[in-house]
Write a protein that binds this ligand. Structure first.
Ligand code: NAD
Ligand code: UDP
Length: 342
């Protein structure tokens, strides 16, 4: 079975390609490297001892997508490609809407043309906005507080409309909570360009000395220690969530929605302490103002995915911190550490 992975060179995409190859899927990657580099794919191939097909192409250029579908008989698409920085989406919304929405339109229209109607879409817990209660189930009300989140919400709605119009489509909307960690080999991991926006890469760059100190955004939330609580999930568990989704996607048409989280919430301070234990280094931090748009706490009820997909996250917070540290210590400058930037 042949899977097209858009954004396959990125953080979650590379880990998913690795698990797909391990499960003997044929993998075709389309990525424009706007937030990644080819080295991640070289390493995925080295780790698995298998090869994948690769296209340096932009979803904004429809003919490039067309070429991929002409060259390969694709069974299903896992659609990771998109811009994902919440803060940046507020300052340059048009770029976010253009990339995420137009890119998805182009992809869906080429899929339709080639009669490939199976798609897994990377959605996010951000579509739940500020939930009234916790844990979050898939039927909670949806809202968006920034252009990034709105692009996810709109794409979810477009995919629902598509199924209403044509019952041959099979669509999985996977709502990720907070992916962290790296493959246990330490060969692939998260490699943010410039200053990290997310907590875990920021902490790990403080641990290596690349950044001087973590700012903890808010110490006065209504949470046990006053800092924000999130559902951190190991990226390999997340990747495996996609592997468990594929058989259901292929076997039955419709729209399915799953939370991919662990169901556990950890505070920023708990993350710092756990990372200190894993790295045996102290993380300098300072509690600062809340970050605009942040919510106090967010964690999933992942029981639907367990019941219907037979998937659940198995890796502990300790695993997440150890694997992040292993990747970061081996690759202090990310993929540029050992190789020329592609
Ligand atoms: P990432 O930036 O590492 O990967 C995205 C990949 O898509 C990159 O390799 C980038 O080069 C590529 N890309 C972007 N625009 C493209 C285009 N127009 N054409 C071709 N390639 C393009 O991000 P990630 O963390 O791996 O996230 C993957 C998906 O999961 C994204 O859609 C993101 O919004 C979603 N998601 C991520 C998180 C998270 O915290 N990492 C949480 C929830 C949802
Ligand atoms: N956070 C922080 N300092 C940082 C980055 C994040 O205190 O430099 C906090 C943030 O306020 C939130 C949690 O860490 O409570 C997770 O933030 P992240 O940006 O990683 O993910 P989000 O849940 O916002 O998508």
């Amino acid at each position: 079975m042949k899977i097209l992975v858009t954004g396959g060179a990125g953080y979650i995409g590379s880990h998913t390609c690795l698990e797909l190859l391990k499960e003997n899927y044929d993998v075709v990657v389309l990525d424009n490297f706007s937030n990644s580099c080819k080295e991640s794919l070289n390493r995925v191939q080295n780790i698995t001892g298998k090869t994948l097909s690769f296209y340096e192409a932009d979803l904004l250029e429809r003919p490039s997508i067309h070429q991929v579908f002409k060259d390969h008989t694709i069974d299903a698409v896992i659609h990771f490609a998109g811009l994902k920085a919440v803060g940046e989406s507020v300052t340059i919304p048009l770029k976010y809407y253009h990339n995420n929405l137009t890119g998805t339109f182009n992809l869906l229209s080429v899929m339709d043309e080639f009669n490939v109607k199976n798609i897994v879409f990377s959605s996010s817990a951000t579509v739940y906005g500020n939930p009234a209660t916790l844990p979050i189930t898939e039927d909670f009300p949806l809202s968006a507080t920034n252009p990034y989140g709105r692009s996810k919400l709109v794409i979810e709605e477009i995919l629902q409309d598509l199924y209403k119009s044509d019952k041959d489509w099979s669509i999985a909307l996977l709502r990720y909570f907070n992916p962290v960690g790296a493959h246990e080999s330490g060969e692939i991991g998260e490699d943010p360009q410039g200053m990290p926006n997310n907590l875990m890469p920021y902490i790990s760059q403080v641990a290596t000395g690349r950044l001087p100190r973590l700012s903890i955004f808010g110490g006065d939330y209504d949470t046990p220690d006053g800092t924000g609580v999130r559902d951190y999930i190991h990226v390999t568990d997340l990747a495996l969530g996609h592997i468990h989704t594929l058989p259901k996607l292929i076997s039955k048409t419709g729209v399915v929605i799953y939370n991919l989280g662990t169901g556990n919430g950890f505070s920023v301070l708990e993350m710092v302490k756990s990372f200190e234990r894993a790295s045996d280094r102290q993380i300098a931090y300072k509690i600062t103002e809340r970050r605009p748009g942040d919510i106090a706490a967010c964690f999933a009820d992942p029981s639907k995915a367990k019941k219907e997909l037979g998937w659940e996250a198995t890796k502990s917070l300790e695993n997440m911190c150890q694997d992040t540290w292993n990747w970061q210590a081996k690759n202090p400058m990310g993929y540029r550490t050992h190789s020329k930037k592609e």
